[in-house]
Design a protein around this ligand. Structure first.
Ligand code: ATP
Ligand code: MG
Length: 351
């Protein structure tokens, strides 16, 4: 700032000096030839004249320059309107130049960042649309295929009719799941989802989830259990239905990506800070390190080829993360490829 301050004054000092030198020289020579004054008088006159002229020019130049720069600075401020022009009024113009440079730089960086985020969002949106249509296409074509076959004559055969209708129904069910998941995610993203907070026993809730998923686990001979005996209830506060969904999604994943004859183990820890940490652990296929950061993205699946028999649309963990974050909790993954995974999340403990 002090640098600019000096520069602005330097300009006025120098310009005033040029004017004074010219003015005094010109007037001195003119008076000398026209009025023939005596030398002492002329010198005294010229000194006073030089002094007054210098002072006057200096003040006028300094003032005019300030007004000139100020108007332009203000116009820039107004044009880009990133800083209230009121804040520059009544400040020395030299300071404004410093502020302006700083603000313009800040403005440019902000705009650049804004453009970058917009570009990322746009790419994300495009990918999302592609994903949605891709996910819907498969079950939709399945349903269409069965219906067309039925119409083409298969409906005359009683056993085929039932079989194909059941398969079509499976496809419709899958469509409904995807749409429900998408609906929930979009509600979370718009902040439209109201949680209804309750106090409940997380141990009991986990047991309910185990009961619901027992059949699914049995198909792969996977044992669902707790890591300890939890004789006392652990009361937490949250939306019970949503937390049940979180547990179900995590346990289903552990079953789906678990190995035959494996296990899924759930454990709880009460933390000092009034939170409970819930861990869902399995000895399944695990996740490679490079895939972990993207797990919670919508539609993200490790195996995209669909070659694997298991696997959904990749929305489950995205929903889990939304639900936990809406409860002010955190979710965390630890996984070792081919060994197993542990998903843990925190939830508020209730008294
Ligand atoms: N316990 C786990 N063990 C190994 N891999 C897992 C586990 N949980 C999730 N994954 C991997 O993370 C991916 C994303 O999981 P997510 O639950 O979001 O989707 P999904 O199970 O494929 O489909 P959805 O849950 O929507 O039916 C899965 O495709 C799977 O590859
Ligand atoms: Mg899942």
């Amino acid at each position: 700032m002090s640098f600019n301050f000096k520069r602005s004054y330097k300009f006025a000092i120098k310009s005033a000096l040029y004017i004074t030198v010219f003015g005094v020289g010109f007037v001195g020579i003119l008076s000398h030839y026209i009025f023939h004054p005596d030398q002492d008088h002329l010198t005294a006159f010229l000194i006073v004249f030089a002094f007054s002229l210098y002072l006057f020019s200096f003040l006028v130049i300094q003032y005019r320059v300030e007004v000139f720069i100020y108007r332009r600075v203000k116009k820039i401020y107004d044009d880009v309107s990133f800083l209230e022009s009121a804040t520059v009024i009544n400040q020395p113009i030299t300071t404004d130049m410093a502020t302006l440079t700083r603000e313009v730089k800040k403005f440019a960086t902000e705009k650049k960042m804004e453009i970058e985020t917009l570009k990322i969002k746009e790419a994300y949106r495009r990918e999302f649309l592609g994903n949605v249509s891709h996910e819907l296409k498969t079950p939709l074509f399945t349903v269409q295929g069965y219906i067309l076959t039925l119409l083409d004559g298969a409906m005359k055969d009683k056993t085929l009719r039932k079989k194909y209708l059941e398969r079509a129904e499976k496809g419709v069910e899958r469509l409904v799941y995807i749409v429900q998941d998408l609906d929930m995610i979009s509600k979370f993203e718009m902040g439209d989802l109201n949680l209804s907070f309750d106090k409940f026993n997380i141990v009991q809730l986990t047991q309910n989830v185990f009961d619901l998923l027992e059949m699914k686990a049995e198909k792969k001979n996977i044992i669902l259990s707790f890591d300890n005996k939890y004789t006392k209830p652990i009361m937490v506060s949250g939306d019970q239905e949503k937390i049940q969904q979180v547990l179900a999604n995590l346990v289903v994943n552990s079953i789906k990506y678990g190995r035959e004859d494996g296990y899924v183990e759930v454990g709880f820890d009460v933390l000092e800070n009034g939170k409970v940490i819930v861990r869902v652990k399995d000895n399944g296929e695990g996740i490679e390190k490079k895939n972990i950061p993207r797990l919670f993205e919508r539609f993200y699946r490790v195996d995209k080829t669909g070659a694997r028999t298991e696997g959904g649309s990749g929305l489950g963990l995205s929903i889990v993360k939304h639900i936990i974050e809406a409860h002010n909790g955190k979710i965390h993954v630890q996984s070792e490829f081919n060994k197993g995974s542990e998903f843990s999340f925190t939830i508020e403990k209730s008294k």
